[in-house]
Design a protein around this ligand. Structure first.
Ligand code: DC
Length: 220
């Protein structure tokens, strides 16, 4: 099976790019962040405190998370329920950022991700794909963009949806999340030694996608 790993901080464009690349190559796209988000939904529903490791660990085993694809879109099931509609709130983002630092949460989801990558060609995006989940991936990309550019992208997205927001607050939030993802003890976000770094700050989506496909084809 062929695997492409894309890691990087929130807002660098990983999922948008990974979707385009997977479509062009005929691979399945796997968004691992959505799995951590589904786990966060489970924790929130069970009233777990994000700072209580024991409480988090007690609730991991009752979360049966699986992935399916409907009309080309990834669907995440939590105990049989399609939870896609609940994954993108600020509350879930904050909970996922904290609970994803837990070793028991990670062990469960990494196992699921590795199983998926063995059964089909995948473009998988996340934080630890090149370093932990798929260390033998054919191509590893570390996709970055400056925190300001990432905040501006998020600001545009929210304003288009009619939400009231503040650019500086969004940037501060992004920086805080980066810090947590990069400094956590288990599987922190970092560039794998053999990953190609792409800074998307001043590139279009298509330019980044084309670059990744070119890199992949040059390694086949
Ligand atoms: O990519 P995202 O924003 O949907 O990810 C949600 C959270 O899950 C984020 O705080 C980082 C974490 N995550 C992780 O620790 N490892 C991954 N492979 C994917 C996401």
């Amino acid at each position: 099976m062929s695997n492409i790993a894309i890691d990087g901080p929130a807002g660098a464009g990983k999922s948008t790019i990974a979707k385009i690349v997977s479509k062009k190559l005929g691979f399945i796209y796997i968004d691992t962040g959505a799995m951590y988000r589904a786990m966060a939904v489970h924790m929130t529903r069970n009233g777990v405190s994000a700072d209580n490791a024991e409480d988090i660990e007690k609730n991991v085993d009752t979360a049966d998370i699986s992935i399916g694809h409907e009309n080309g879109e990834q669907v995440v099931y939590l105990n049989g329920e399609n939870v896609n509609a609940f994954l993108r709130t600020e509350e879930v983002s904050a909970m996922a950022s904290k609970t994803s630092a837990n070793g028991k949460v990670r062990a469960k989801l990494v196992e699921l991700q590795q199983k998926q990558a063995k059964t089909c060609d995948v473009v998988m995006d996340g934080r630890d794909i090149g370093t932990v989940v798929l260390p033998d991936a054919e191509l590893k990309v570390y996709l970055t963009a400056s925190s300001r550019v990432r905040a501006e992208r998020r600001y545009k997205e929210l304003t288009l949806r009619g939400e009231n927001c503040n650019l500086d607050e969004i940037e501060a939030d992004i920086k805080e999340r980066d810090h947590r993802d990069m400094t956590r003890e288990i599987s922190p976000l970092k560039k794998a030694d053999d990953a190609v770094e792409i800074d998307s700050s001043y590139m279009t989506i298509d330019e980044v996608a084309d670059k990744i496909i070119e890199l992949y084809n040059s390694r086949k």
